[in-house]
Design a protein around this ligand. Structure first.
Ligand code: FES
Length: 131
């Protein structure tokens, strides 16, 4: 019922770990199942220079976090917001069973939250005249 890509990312998740000098760390969870994702981002020049995460969850949550980290690596923040969605993550894995679609929202939601936290942080540091 899972695609080969899901099984591959589940068995060998990419970019697992943490980043000591991350400038954004976001925790996301799915209250319906209790799964959780902790995501670390190193952002420079409005782009994701490095991404790592720790995941506690089902096989689909592991696979979606892994593929989302590959999709986000090196991308501009605007691209992350535009292109990394629940749907595009599922497509990158050649689909997910319907009952597992919500698992891809863990990573998509965490990335959206991380970008908005980062932008809020930067906005707070930059004088309006320099923005
Ligand atoms: Fe919880 Fe998949 S069942 S994220």
């Amino acid at each position: 019922m899972y695609s080969k890509k899901v099984m591959d990312h589940f068995a060998n998740p990419r970019n697992v770990g943490s980043i000591d000098d991350a400038n954004v760390v976001v925790q996301a969870g799915d209250p319906s199942c209790g799964d959780g994702l902790l995501i670390f981002l190193k952002i420079e020049n409005e782009a994701i220079k490095d991404i790592k995460y720790k995941i506690y969850g089902c096989g689909a949550a592991i696979a979606t976090s892994s593929v989302a980290s590959e999709m986000a690596m090196g991308r501009s923040l605007d691209d992350v917001l535009s292109f990394i969605t629940e749907q595009s993550i599922a497509e990158a894995l050649d689909g997910l069973p319907e009952e597992k679609m919500h698992c891809s929202n863990l990573a998509a939601g965490a990335l959206r939250t991380a970008v908005s936290h980062y932008r809020a942080k930067v906005a707070g540091q930059v004088a309006p005249a320099d923005a």
